[in-house]
Design a protein around this ligand. Structure first.
Ligand code: FAD
Length: 435
């Protein structure tokens, strides 16, 4: 089996880093990317600026490979956009990996050769078989699933399922941070409801506020499931990721300046049509004024459907590997308090199968690229048989006020303010304003 390749599903930052580590260890990766380019998911949020610096976004093994190919590293203190992360790092990295990376190759299944989920015999001795869209099958000694969660945005519905009428209103609901420059016609001068409390929602509020300043008819309503704004704006100046702290401060300023109407305790139950507009209705029957557009930024969830024939051990709540889940539970951990972890925490009953990167966190929103780079260093060492290096995990992550209990990117866990407070329109006083 040792002569077989290690299949890496997904050529995002973590899948490509996995490939770089495998190459360094003399193993043969085959990276299969569903999209038309490396970093296909990152390229879709090209207009969003990352809150991490370049120095926190380049994997060490990838850097060594790139430097051999003559790559010039960007300014380590600069903050790239998604477009720059893809164009200046991920695409060159895929080029340096050469024939190891294949695009337009979607993985649609993984199984133990000739054995379905139920069969015990041969799970240690038979290779894995990776099914690629179009019919190709690849025998593999191990499979690293780095397919992320970008393809699985959570619905608007407060109970995690689509709200009544949500699917029918899909033409007016966006599930990604809007590109208010590229899609100006869609948002300028319109009434927009933004749902969510994570980094993406704050990014959207700041961008839409800037649009509203240029196009005065633009009205923004911010919907929070929680009963109070609480820690939504994050760590501010205390955030060890300064760009992220600054985003929270800008979002707070936009709300305090009255550009954004805040409705707390709003858990969407239905989306109704009112002519060309949409009316959002909460679980307790509260109806909002009609809006033209809804931006639902309520988090992402992993897709395990194509892993149905391999034996995974997933946490019932987060859908993360069961040993990792308590370490990344957003109710208890911020990005900075996630302990370093590797192959041991990521293993499953199915030998040789690992979920890494954003997908490994399941529904937990606190994933950072640095964490993923350490995961794949350890997993590559484990697959190569270097158990000592695999076990020696080490990583210091920046502490942020944003992740702690409030949801880093987009998730709203049951949290401060409670799950069930009645909808309330809030006004936030500006600093120094009289109560
Ligand atoms: C808007 C936004 C901003 C972020 N900012 C930061 C930040 O500042 N700092 C930070 O550390 N982290 C940040 N993150 C979190 C995280 O680092 C990124 O999401 C990162 O892209 C995750 O890398 P990944 O490789 O796990 O997944 P992805 O980047 O999602 O890559 C997965 C790849 O797999 C492909 N794929 C999907 N399904 C299949 C399939 N079945 N077969 C083959 N290929 C498939 C996709 O096309 C994609 O290219 C941010 C995330 C978002 C969404």
């Amino acid at each position: 089996m040792d002569e077989l390749p290690v299949v890496v599903a997904g050529a995002g930052p973590i899948g490509l880093a996995a490939a770089a580590h495998l190459v360094e260890r003399g193993l043969r990766p085959v990276v299969l990317e569903a999209g038309p380019q490396a970093g296909a998911a990152v390229a879709q949020w090209r207009h969003v600026r990352l809150f991490s610096r370049w120095s926190e976004l380049v994997d060490p093994a990838a850097r060594r490979l790139l430097e051999q190919a003559g790559w010039r590293a960007p300014d380590p203190d600069g903050y790239p956009t998604g477009e720059q992360w893809a164009a200046e790092y991920l695409v060159p990295l895929a080029e340096a990996l050469g024939a190891h990376v294949r695009v337009n190759a979607r993985v649609v299944g993984v199984a133990r050769r000739g054995r379905d989920l139920v069969v015990d015999a041969g799970r240690d001795s038979e290779p894995l078989t990776v099914h690629v869209e179009g019919g190709e099958r690849i025998a593999a000694r191990a499979v690293i699933d780095a397919t992320g969660t970008w393809g699985g945005p959570n619905p608007l519905g407060g109970d995690g399922l689509p709200a009544t009428g949500e699917r029918e209103a899909a033409d007016r609901i966006g599930y990604r941070v809007p590109d208010v420059v590229g899609e100006q016609g869609r948002y300028a001068g319109r009434r927009i409801a933004v749902a969510g409390s994570g980094h993406s929602a704050l990014t959207a509020l700041v961008a839409l506020t800037a649009l509203a300043e240029r196009h005065p008819g633009t009205k923004i309503t911010w919907l929070l499931r929680r009963g109070a704004v609480g820690a939504v704006f994050g760590g501010g100046d205390a955030d060890q990721l300064p760009a992220r702290g600054a985003l929270g401060l800008r979002a707070r300023a936009a709300v305090q300046a009255g550009h954004v109407e805040v409705v707390t305790g709003f858990r969407t139950a239905a989306v109704e049509r009112d002519g060309e507009r949409l009316v959002l209705v909460s679980e307790d029957g509260h109806r909002l004024d009609p809006v033209d557009e809804v931006v639902a930024l309520t988090g992402f969830r992993p897709d395990h459907s194509w892993l149905s024939e391999v034996r995974l051990d997933l946490d019932p709540v987060l859908r993360a590997p069961v040993r990792l889940a308590p370490m990344v539970d957003p109710n208890a951990h911020s990005c900075g308090t996630v302990r370093p972890h590797g192959a041991e925490q990521l293993r499953h009953p199915e030998p040789g199968v690992y979920l890494v990167g954003m997908k490994s966190y399941g529904r937990a929103p606190t994933f950072l690229a640095l964490t993923g780079y350490e995961q794949v260093r350890s997993v590559a060492a484990e697959i190569a048989g270097d158990h000592e290096a695999a076990a020696e995990v080490g990583l210091t992550l920046p502490e942020t006020g944003v992740c702690g209990g409030s949801g880093a990117f987009d998730v709203e866990p049951a949290s401060p303010g409670g799950c069930c407070a009645a909808p309330r329109v809030l006004t936030l006083a500006a600093p120094g304003a009289r109560p």
